[in-house]
Design a protein around this ligand. Structure first.
Ligand code: HEM
Length: 339
């Protein structure tokens, strides 16, 4: 008969042997024969692999270079940027801009034509200029909404729409985003070609800024065809438009020009500039519609009231009236017989 104390010792020893075997096989699975971590081990956590990643070496028989990447630790930082940082930048820029505009609108209100309407009109933008502007503007709004869905859709629309509707809408929006980028680029190139000469900074712009665009003294500051604020919109559209176009093309045709790190950088540049661009254009839309009496007509019918032109673009109006007088005079001269 085995005594009770012997039986207890036997069980304890057997348990200890089993534990050693289990630990040993777990360790053997974690580490390969060369002592390096075994990435396929079921006991290997992703976190452990990432910590060990600089030590993982070997050859991969894969002809496509980008497919040889097993682990890219920089992808973690990029993912954090995409899921967290970008959302903060976008929310602060866009909601901040809307808050500033709302505060301005309720505190100061719409900028009126101080002399009232004269009833006389002058052409400010011809039909081709308006076509180029609206092509850019409509494309931009579509790109902004479909782009913002990529960044914010999951936290704003997904809970409301549900996963199925949201995923099909998002897929459609992504295609739309890709194709509409072409009309945006065409519109922007036309705008730049048409207006660059009127947007070169001049001395009068420095004075316009010094006078706070006329807001400080409540007297309109002198300005040519575009004032300094509008020139800022133009150069922002030019610079930010070029940056989102180049970075967007890299994303649209992945890995043609750059590697995975370049793709991540392209997405950071594209998304940060895009959300800031949207914030600037929100201000532009406000100023061109609700914010300034008589401004929208410039892009609507193309004609503005003479008093509006005098208050916002006096130097341009002077030039236009002088050109008109000159054209009238030469017409009269050529129409007078015997001269
Ligand atoms: C979507 C709504 C938009 C509205 C309602 C709007 C409205 C206007 C108006 C009324 C003007 C004429 C201002 C004047 O006579 O001085 C203007 C000019 C201009 N717009 Fe827009 N716009 C819009 C979108 C855009 C977009 C998306 C861009 C570029 C990406 C853009 C770029 C420009 C530029 C460069 C000018 C000339 C400079 C200036 O007046 O600021 N606009 N816009």
């Amino acid at each position: 008969m085995i005594s009770l104390s012997r039986l207890r010792s036997f069980i304890l020893i057997a348990f200890a042997i089993l534990m050693i075997i289990a630990l040993n096989s777990a360790l053997a699975q974690k580490l390969g024969p060369d002592g390096a971590p075994n990435p396929t081990a079921s006991t290997m956590t992703e976190q452990q692999l990432l910590q060990q990643s600089p030590r993982i070496e070997g050859d991969i028989a894969q002809p496509i270079e980008r497919a040889r990447v097993l682990i890219q630790p920089a992808g973690r930082a990029w993912d954090y940027f995409h899921q967290v940082t970008l959302r903060w930048i976008g929310a602060i820029a866009i909601l901040g801009m809307i808050a500033v505009i709302a505060a301005f609108h309720f505190a100061i209100g719409r900028l009126r034509i101080s002399a009232g309407r004269s009833g006389q009109k002058i052409l400010r933008f011809n039909s081709f200029e308006r076509f180029a502007h609206w092509l850019t503007a409509v494309s931009f709004v579509i790109l902004a909404l479909t782009g913002l869905n990529i960044t914010f859709g999951r936290i704003t629309l997904l809970p409301v729409m549900g996963p199925e509707a949201f995923s099909s809408a998002s897929q459609f929006a992504k295609y739309f985003h890709n194709y509409v980028s072409a009309s945006f680029v065409v519109g922007l190139v036309l705008l730049v070609a048409l207006w660059i000469k009127d947007n070169i900074p001049r001395k009068v712009d420095v004075d316009w800024v010094r006078q706070g665009g006329g807001f400080i003294k409540s007297k309109h500051a002198p300005a040519g065809r575009f004032n300094a604020g509008e020139k800022l919109v133009f150069w922002t559209a030019f610079g930010a438009g070029a940056a989102v176009t180049v970075s967007g093309a890299l994303l649209l045709f992945p890995f043609y020009v750059t590697n995975i790190a370049g793709m991540q950088l392209a997405l950071i540049v594209h998304s940060v500039i895009a959300v800031l661009f949207v914030a600037v254009i929100i201000a532009h839309i406000y100023i061109g519609t609700l914010g300034t009496e008589g401004a929208f007509e410039a892009m609507g019918t193309g004609e503005v009231d003479l008093n509006w032109a005098e208050e916002h673009h006096d130097l341009w109006l002077k030039d236009e009236l002088a050109k008109k007088r000159h054209a009238d005079q030469s017409r009269e001269t050529s129409a007078t017989p015997g001269e």
